[in-house]
Design a protein around this ligand. Structure first.
Ligand SMILES: Cc1cc2nc3c(=O)[nH]c(=O)nc-3n(C[C@H](O)[C@H](O)[C@H](O)COP(=O)(O)OP(=O)(O)OC[C@H]3O[C@@H](n4cnc5c(N)ncnc54)[C@H](O)[C@@H]3O)c2cc1C
Length: 449
């Protein structure tokens, strides 16, 4: 069962991937350099071997000739990167496009939009350069009005996308959704955007791991950082098998980072459980009746968004918010709740059962934006995280941006809102209480009218 990063000093020691659909279908995975077994010295140490950490290591090696050492508590990709919902999106943070100009002004909003597209380009580049076979599906993301009253929101979003950002999108009515995507409920209209797509997240992770090691990075699995101190010249990272003395450190543990690991990010993270179920394959009759033929990524207009897709072997993947902490009863209730969502959205699947269920910590930042920055009083400590559930593309891109800023080569627009310190939660000790209250409020908003 997942430990709460607000309390547990490290996420685990050498744990294998959980029993996800992704782990069951990834095929043989690449190895790493094994647990750290002796003290060593390095220029750059990276804490966390997910997309952020491995991408940073890859770009540091490829672009700047720096052979970083990645310290991963468990198996590379054990965190969100190997168990996510597989949507590769250009979205950055949680604020709708319709609020960007008001929040940050036109110039910054346009730069942010371009950066979201650059994140997609980074994913495509990694896949191409590494020849990564990760079951990429055709592009397409449907944002579904789960109530008729939400259609106006989608119309407003389409207008802003077209008029401000020059983005192409299509508004589908209920009949068009039924004709070309699936026959179901809670689908009164949908905004369809291109560029976004789905893939096999663990196969992608495995490919990035291979790329990073081939470029010269060293990746130690089963090596949690359990203590961090500093001597006159180095950071000293203690793992069970040895110490790493590093000139610079990148914090890439994201939602799995212990709140007390380093003062820089203390009180800045809110790890929120997200759950996923994968059903058994649909029978021929269920497939014919649900007409679930779409390969698009799909989510709905709820604040506590549910996200789903049809997998290549005709299973349905459904994801949504989990309990506040991972208890057996809370998880069992959420497993059943997700199955009920499948049955509600797809009335033809009333008898479907789930073969897989798992959870993971999504990292929600206080301002709902990712942040790539360094410690206030120490530029030798960099970090990226807080992707708020939109991190497949952006974390891989963040690794690229981190590598550039760590080496003084950043060409990114300096006013991009994510190039700023991650804000601390007010009354951080009470984050779980605040989360509980917010969740109740969102549930009320989502189901009213
Ligand atoms: C269920 C779920 C569904 C999601 N679906 C989507 C989606 O469809 N689309 C999308 O864009 N985003 C999605 N996300 C979010 C996305 O997966 C993440 O934003 C992204 O993978 C973050 O990558 P990361 O490398 O920063 O963090 P992670 O992949 O979480 O990696 C962090 C790693 O750091 C390690 N670590 C932490 N502390 C230490 C320590 N002290 N010592 C050593 N190692 C340490 C952990 O073991 C972990 O492996 C989802 C997340 C979850 C949980």
């Amino acid at each position: 069962m997942l430990k709460d990063p607000l309390k547990a000093p490290y996420p685990g020691l050498g744990e294998d991937h959980p029993d996800t659909y992704w782990a069951a279908t990834a095929g043989p995975l690449a190895g790493d350099d094994g647990p750290l077994k002796e003290d060593m010295e390095t220029d750059v140490a990276i804490i966390g071997g997910g997309y952020t950490g491995l991408s940073t290591a890859y770009f540091l090696a490829r672009e700047y000739g720096i052979r970083a050492v990645v310290l991963e508590a468990n198996r590379p990709g054990w965190g969100c990167s190997g168990r996510n919902g597989s949507f590769v999106m250009s979205t950055i943070g949680r604020h709708g496009y319709d609020t960007w100009v008001e929040k940050w002004g036109m110039k910054t909003a346009l730069a942010l939009y371009a950066e979201g597209k650059a994140a997609l380009a980074t994913v495509h580049e990694l896949i191409d350069v590494g020849g990564i076979d990760c079951d990429c599906q055709p592009e397409g993301l449907l944002k579904m009005a789960h109530r008729p009253s939400r259609i106006t929101k989608l119309e407003a979003e389409q207008k802003v996308l077209a008029e401000v950002f020059g983005g192409h999108s299509e508004l589908l009515d209920a009949q068009a959704i039924a004709d070309t995507h699936f026959q179901g409920a809670e689908a009164y209209a949908a905004l369809r955007t291109l560029g976004n797509f789905t893939l096999h997240p663990l196969k992608l992770l495995n490919g990035v791991l291979i790329l990073a090691r081939a470029a010269g990075a060293v990746v130690h699995g089963a090596s949690p950082v359990i203590n961090w101190s500093k001597d006159s010249r180095h950071h000293v990272l203690m793992t069970p098998g040895g110490r790493v003395r590093a000139k610079r450190v990148v914090m890439a543990g994201n939602g799995y980072t212990f709140d007390g690991l380093h003062k820089t990010l203390r009180g800045c993270h809110l790890p929120v459980l997200s759950n996923i179920i994968v059903t058994r394959p649909m029978s021929a009759t269920e497939l014919a009746e649900s007409r679930f033929v779409s390969t698009d990524a799909m989510l709905d207009t709820r604040h506590t968004s549910t996200y789903f897709r049809r997998l290549p072997d005709n299973r349905v993947m459904m994801g949504g918010r989990g309990p506040i902490t991972a208890t057996p009863s809370g998880l069992a209730a959420h497993r059943q709740a997700l199955l009920n969502v499948v049955r509600t959205k797809f009335p033809a699947l009333g008898q479907i059962t789930a073969d897989y269920f798992w959870d993971g910590w999504v990292n929600v930042s206080y301002d709902y934006m990712p942040h790539i920055h360094h410690a206030k009083d120490d530029v030798s400590v960099h970090y990226a995280g807080g992707y708020t559930g939109k991190g497949v593309a952006f974390s891989l891109h963040a690794g690229r941006l981190l590598a550039a800023s760590l080496t003084g080569n950043s060409t990114a627009h300096p006013r991009l809102p994510f190039l700023s310190p991650m804000p601390r939660y007010p009354l951080a000790a009470f984050r779980r209480l605040g989360q509980r209250a917010l969740l109740m409020w969102y549930r009320y908003l989502d189901e009213k009218d």
